[in-house]
Design a protein around this ligand. Sequence first.
Ligand SMILES: [Zn+2]
Length: 142
Amino acid sequence: MTRILGEDWLLPELDDLNREWFTRGRICVQLCNACGGTQHPPEVLCQSCGSQDFGWQESEGAGRIESFTRVHHPVHPALKDQCPYTVLIVSLDDLPGVHVIGNLKEEAATPLAVGQAVRAIFEQIEDPEFGPLEIPQWELAS
Ligand SMILES: [Zn+2]
C-alpha cells in the first residue's frame, strides 16, 4: 500500500496513550474502568469522572462523516506533493458520542456529504523505531 500522505510524512511517536490507536489494527478508544465511559483522543483523566483507570474499547470501525475538509495548502513541506487530500471527522456507529479523525484514502467520485457512511482501513507501515504501525484511515462504505 502506498502511504496516503507520502513516504516523507512524519510517523507518530508512540507513547502509552496513543500506542493502541496506531498499532492495534482496529479502531479502539479509551474505556474508563470506573464509569464505563469512552473517549477519544486518549487522555490521562476520564472526561466524565476524573478516573485514571483505563482499558480499551474496540469499535467495528463503521461510522458517518460528521465533518470534512479538503486540504489544498501543505502544512508541512513533506505534504506538498500530497495536496489536495481530505480529512474527516467521523462519528462511530457503535460508540455514540465518540468522534475520530482520519484521512480519506482515495478521492470520492461524487461530492462528500455529512452523514455519509465510511469504514476504517489501516495503513500498514514498518517504523524503524517503533515497529509495525497500523495507521487508521477511512474509505467510503459501499
Ligand atoms: Zn470515567
